[in-house]
Design a protein around this ligand. Structure first.
Ligand code: SF4
Ligand code: SF4
Ligand code: SF4
Ligand code: FES
Length: 926
């Protein structure tokens, strides 16, 4: 594919029923009311010169390059800021206009370094293009006068430079940072000749609030803001469209390459999840894919104390198959199993569960979603009938009130956070339920109406109290409930009981009753109210109950089944939705159908030519327990570092040590591979050919930009293991795997690579009834028929603060790092978060004699680790917070075995801990 250059229409599209007809250079065009003259011209193939306008930003009208003549109007207005009017006649090319434009361009060029031939943006510079377009041949003013050519370059950002000498003060970067990203880190300082772009209060990019999303770099028409990779590698010359491999937003990117080398990742304007935006991870943190730490040859060893021995693929695969069969011969068919990864494609995950069910002959397959969103699957299935979010991301643009619970989108789902912030700037309101004062409580142009500072572990009491207010203050949408739901009467009786009132639970949740009542009224009386939530909901002993509690609240208020409403999980990993869809849970075949369902199982038995086990297999924690008991001895782990990411590390490593065969398939040697007997090299997203399914059920293509560096695709390796174990499993390519998924999984019936290549992406269900996919679910009825109200008793977690462990630890993510950090730690992103730190309220620090930067011991009843303290009053008193991105910290050494009652999702968010001073910070740090 050659380099894809998307058309820039100059100003954003307008929508709406009303249209206007205009004539531009003799061409007639009809466009929506409010469209600019510039965009209308562009839509009929007429490009008006421009510099300060671009179609991702509202017009600004500062450069005066886009002047046009309009019949009946005086002067020459700027076409970017002039909206079309019915019957308008516009001329874009006259000798006078050409002269005006040349004059403007001459002024710009007279204050611009004339180093085009050596400039990294040569060939991709709008100033250069426009100079050519307006026919500038000479600059009459000379270059001797006052100019900006000696201004310095800011190279503090690890990925891009800011060369102020090339700046034309068009303000596109400033507007991109505000309008697109919503961070407002940049301003234009000074006036007239002295105008210049400033990051923060005139410091460097790294000192400012900049989050390195790159929107300004993308918007800059010159080489002022320039990716360093372009400077180093040169301009790219081909594009491959693909999908980000980090979070569940699932941003679409143009991977721009020079030869086989990725020069830059540019967010794709037609990507429905991101519409041309990105965050620092997707845009810049792709260097790990070619990091020298990658292990590209398979390795084998008999004992984990032996050194690794590099071997050929054939030997490694044969070894895995032989040892797995030996374990089964000695200990039974159920003594082995597999774990699939939410970082792998749907096709790669599908073959892992197929290998376990058909070749291993049991259902001992689980996925890393076990430890994040398994309660979402359970809770939404019970209430609505489907294990997925209800809306597309775009739907938030119609929300009047956003109830955000246990999620921190500006760090964990940054591109969706930018959409939320845009909607808030348009006037929507946000209620944040979170122990910490996250950015969406208060940041530039964001002020939450209510911040419900719920105590970790008491979410269910909170949501029940909100529903109590809805029921007792006559805020129920009775028509919706009567028409669409069941079991309401029982639930109404249950939830109206006085013990669920905000006053009764105030002591438990820590949320003042009056505030909770006010927040509920705001949610329940909004035209459209939507719930967005994250792992702060699911990773609790009552994670599933909380999901059902939110589903109840949305049904009771009629906030389901149209744009702007719904209940929406913000998924952690890129393909966590997909890995669940693909049948990675031990009780479910692809499409969330129980293994005990004879008809469903029969379909797979016929196709796979194997009798399948009708009993659910082991979940990840059961596998660990069984390993310690000596009954589970062989494990295949696809792309998940369970020894770092799963709770209670000591227990996990004891289980791994007890196994006879641990097979790790991954990019890098990791904490888990320390306990492995076989290492099989995996592929990065740049080598994969398949699909990811994002948090909005959107199936996106992942296209390879290069062949697998290890010589094999991951699905090929899995198929070869199955074959070596005696089960024939073969595909020509990953498109064939998707065809089998479509054949066996009703919600994917209409999906194929060809379809995705044609339409871009689809949201499941995609079938005969919805051939283009389903952006919003439950419109005319719930998937299960009627929405079901479920009683959600609040049961306090067993994990309590005590005299010995008086604080509660809660864990989460940070913007620049990702999960166990295997990828981001091997990129320039370490500039922002080189280590995990413990956030602590000033009061909790003071009473322990701890100062900012001190190293402390963090101890729970199961373990201890050490890390540095960051004192921050965004923490509530009594709660501390850390991330688990760095193995050296190993934060999960302290998390416990407590888990969700329905799904065993670990209770990462509540651990009773103590914090004690280990080493004071070196002088100068405090
Ligand atoms: S990189 Fe993003 S956050 Fe930073 S200044 Fe540019 S637009 Fe703003
Ligand atoms: S840095 Fe680029 S986008 Fe920003 S004002 Fe200068 S030329 Fe325009
Ligand atoms: S928001 Fe998520 S999917 Fe998008 S670029 Fe960032 S990490 Fe990738
Ligand atoms: S493009 Fe219209 S004034 Fe700059």
């Amino acid at each position: 594919m050659s380099l894809i250059k998307e058309q820039d229409y100059g100003t954003p599209a307008r929508s709406g029923e009303a249209t206007v007809a205009v004539e531009i250079d003799g061409k007639r065009v009809r466009v929506p009311e409010g469209t600019s003259v510039m965009r209308a011209a562009s839509e009929c193939g007429i490009d008006i010169p421009k510099l300060c306008a671009t179609d991702s930003l509202e017009p600004f009208g500062s450069c005066r390059m886009c002047l046009v003549d309009i019949d009946g109007r005086k002067g020459s207005p700027a076409s970017c800021t002039t909206p079309v009017a019915e019957g308008m006649k516009v001329r874009t090319q006259t000798p006078e206009l050409a002269e005006l434009r040349r004059g403007v361009m001459e002024l710009y060029i007279s204050d611009h370094p004339l180093d085009c031939l050596t400039c990294p943006a040569n060939g991709d510079c709008e100033l250069q293009d426009m100079a050519g377009q307006v026919g500038l041949r000479e600059v009459r003013y000379g270059f001797d006068g006052e100019n900006h050519l000696d201004l310095p370059t800011d190279s503090t950002n690890p990925y891009f430079d800011f060369d102020a000498s090339k700046c034309i003060a068009c303000s596109r970067c400033v507007r991109a940072c505000g309008e697109v990203q919503g961070t407002f880190a940049l301003t234009i300082e000074g006036r007239g000749f002295d105008s210049k772009v400033a990051a923060g209060a005139g410091g460097t990019f790294m000192e400012s609030d900049c989050v390195s999303c790159g929107a300004c770099v993308q918007a800059c028409p010159t080489s002022t803001l320039q990716e360093r990779s372009v400077v180093e590698l040169g301009m790219p010359n081909r594009t491959v469209l693909t999908t980000c491999a980090y979070c569940g937003v699932g941003c679409s990117f143009k991977a721009e390459l020079r030869g086989d080398e990725v020069v830059r990742m540019v967010p794709y304007k037609d990507g429905k999840a991101n519409e041309g935006h990105s965050c620092v991870k997707g845009r810049f943190a792709f260097g790990y894919a070619s990091h020298p730490d990658r292990q590209l040859k398979p390795m084998v060893r008999e004992r984990i104390t032996d050194p690794w021995r590099e071997v050929e693929w054939e030997e490694a695969i044969g070894h895995v198959a032989r040892r797995m069969l030996e374990i089964q011969a000695g200990h039974g068919a159920g003594a082995i199993g597999g774990i699939s990864s939410s970082r792998c494609t749907n096709e790669e995950v599908y073959v892992v569960q197929k290998m376990v069910r058909a070749a291993f002959g049991n259902n001992n397959v689980d996925t890393c979603a076990r430890v994040c969103h398994s309660p979402t699957g359970y809770g939404l299935k019970q209430t609505y009938g489907t294990s997925a979010g209800t809306q597309d991301f775009k739907s938030v643009e119609k929300a009047d009130v956003i109830l955000l619970i246990g999620a921190n989108p500006t760090d964990a789902h940054p591109v969706f956070a930018s959409r939320i912030k845009r909607r808030l700037r348009q006037g929507a309101k946000i209620i944040v339920a979170d122990p910490r004062r996250i950015d969406l409580v208060k940041s530039p142009h964001v002020q939450a109406e209510h911040h419900l500072r719920v105590r970790p572990g008491t979410n269910v009491a909170l949501i029940n109290a909100m529903s109590h207010v809805v029921v007792t203050e006559d805020l129920v949408d009775r028509e919706f409930v009567a028409e669409r739901c069941e079991d309401f009467a029982d639930w109404e009786r249950f939830i109206s009981a006085p013990e669920h009132s905000p006053e009764a639970v105030e002591e438990i949740t820590g949320v003042p009753a009056a505030e909770l009542r006010a927040a509920t009224r705001l949610y329940a009386s909004a035209g459209n109210a939507t719930i967005m939530y994250g792992l702060g909901v699911t990773e609790h002993s009552q994670g599933s109950t909380m999901v059902m509690g939110m589903a109840n609240l949305a049904m009771a208020t009629g906030n389901i089944g149209r744009e702007g409403v719904g209940v929406n999980p913000l998924r952690g990993q890129n393909n966590v939705q997909g890995s669940c869809d693909m049948g990675s849970f031990p009780h479910e075949l692809p499409g969330y159908r129980h293994v005990s369902d004879d008809v469903v199982r029969g379909t797979f038995e016929t196709l796979w030519d194997r009798v399948l086990d009708p009993e659910p297999g082991l979940r990840i924690p059961n596998m660990f327990d069984a390993a310690i008991d000596g009954t589970f001895l062989g494990l295949f782990v696809q792309g998940e570092d369970i020894a770092q990411s799963d709770p209670n590390t000591k227990h996990v490593t004891a289980a791994l040590s007890a196994m006879e065969l641990v097979v790790v398939q991954d990019l890098f040697l990791n904490e888990t591979s320390k306990f492995a007997h076989v290492f099989l090299p995996g592929t990065s997203f740049l080598e994969k050919n398949g699909t990811f399914t994002n948090a909005e059920r959107r199936i996106n293509r992942v296209r390879p930009v290069m062949a697998p560096k290890s010589g094999k695709h991951e699905w090929e390796i899995v198929c070869e293991i199955a074959q070596a174990m005696g089960y024939p499993m073969k595909y020509d390519d990953s498109a064939q795997i998707m065809d089998e998924i479509a054949m066996t999984t009703p919600t994917f019936a209409g999906v194929s690579f060809a379809k995705l290549d044609e339409v871009g992406s689809v949201q499941w269900p995609c079938d005969d009834a919805a051939p283009e996919g389903t952006p919003i679910m439950h419109i005319d009825g719930f998937v299960r028929g009627r929405g079901r109200f479920v009683l959600t008793d609040y049961v306090p977690t067993q994990e309590r603060s005590t005299r010995k462990f008086p604080l509660i630890l809660t864990t989460g993510r940070i913007l620049s790092q990702y999960n166990v950090g295997a990828q981001t730690r091997r990129t320039g992103n370490t500039a922002w978060h080189p280590e995990d730190v413990l956030e602590m309220h000033p009061h909790d620090a003071e009473v322990r004699g701890i100062r900012d930067g001190d190293t402390v011991a963090l101890t729970s009843r199961v373990g201890e680790t050490g890390l540095r303290v960051k004192i921050d009053d965004r923490m509530p008193v009594g709660v501390v917070y850390t991330t688990f991105h760095h193995p050296v910290t190993g934060a999960n050494v302290v998390t416990t075995e407590n888990s969700d009652w329905a799904t065993n999702c670990p209770e990462y968010k509540v651990t009773a801990v103590q914090v004690t001073l280990r080493h004071p910070a070196p002088a100068g740090m405090v």
